[in-house]
Design a protein around this ligand. Structure first.
Ligand SMILES: [Zn+2]
Length: 219
């Protein structure tokens, strides 16, 4: 098994698909966000620094993220591969990731890009509703994912709310930033011949099958 990187715009289902691969192939699902949040819980100088930075909504210094990621990827559960989610986000990080892999004597593996039309993502984001009691996520723009009664949770009867940044302006900002930052990244991995584009405009199961096909062909 090889290593997998996911590149996808906001609301493309990257997290969901990463979790499916994690279970199906028994690979660790590694996200730099999780690594930082775990470190922030530790009662150490580094932990306190990260906790403060995250609380202020700022970015942790690159060197620290790289070091923590290197440590994580060198653990024994990553020996047969892993799913990396949320990294690299830009070309600088991609160069750094190459160095990390070289140090660990590992290969890039697969870069999976989930492609979904912007309008579809927009609908997913603006239609997203979350139960304030049990956390179940609904989508009022989707026949399969909308609650039976508007703004009430099917499972527990809790009230559904919309996250602050699930609005069109915030989405457009995030989307534009994604396109800008990932363009050089995609060119880089295309040149290396390891970029696989997957049409993500389908059900979770269908997209998982498409990913499966790519991964099986290469194994
Ligand atoms: Zn609920």
């Amino acid at each position: 098994m090889k290593n997998i990187i996911f590149i996808a715009p906001p609301a493309a289902g990257k997290g969901t698909q990463s979790s499916i691969i994690e279970k199906k192939y028994n690979l660790p699902h590694i996200s730099t966000g999780d690594i930082l949040r775990d470190e922030a819980k530790k009662d150490s100088e580094l932990g306190r620094y990260i906790s403060e930075v995250l609380d202020n909504g700022e970015l942790v210094k690159n060197e620290i993220t790289y070091e923590l990621l290197t440590n994580r990827l060198s653990q024994s559960d990553c020996k047969n591969g892993y799913v990396l989610d949320g990294f690299p986000r830009n070309i600088e990080q991609a160069y750094k990731y190459d160095e990390i892999l070289k140090d660990l004597n590992q290969e890039l593996g697969y870069v999976l890009k989930l492609d979904i039309p912007q309008e579809v993502l927009e609908k997913r984001i603006t239609g997203r509703r979350i139960c304030e009691d049990c956390g179940t996520v609904y989508n009022i723009n989707s026949i399969n994912e909308k609650p039976q009664t508007e703004s009430i949770c099917d499972k527990c009867g809790g009230r559904l709310y919309q996250r602050n940044d699930d609005n069109i302006t915030s989405f457009k900002n995030r989307y534009d930033l994604y396109i800008e930052k990932t363009k050089p990244l995609l060119d880089y991995y295309t040149e290396k011949g390891i970029l696989y584009v997957i049409n993500g405009d389908a059900s979770v199961e269908e997209v998982a099958e498409r990913i499966d096909k790519v991964l099986k062909e290469g194994m």
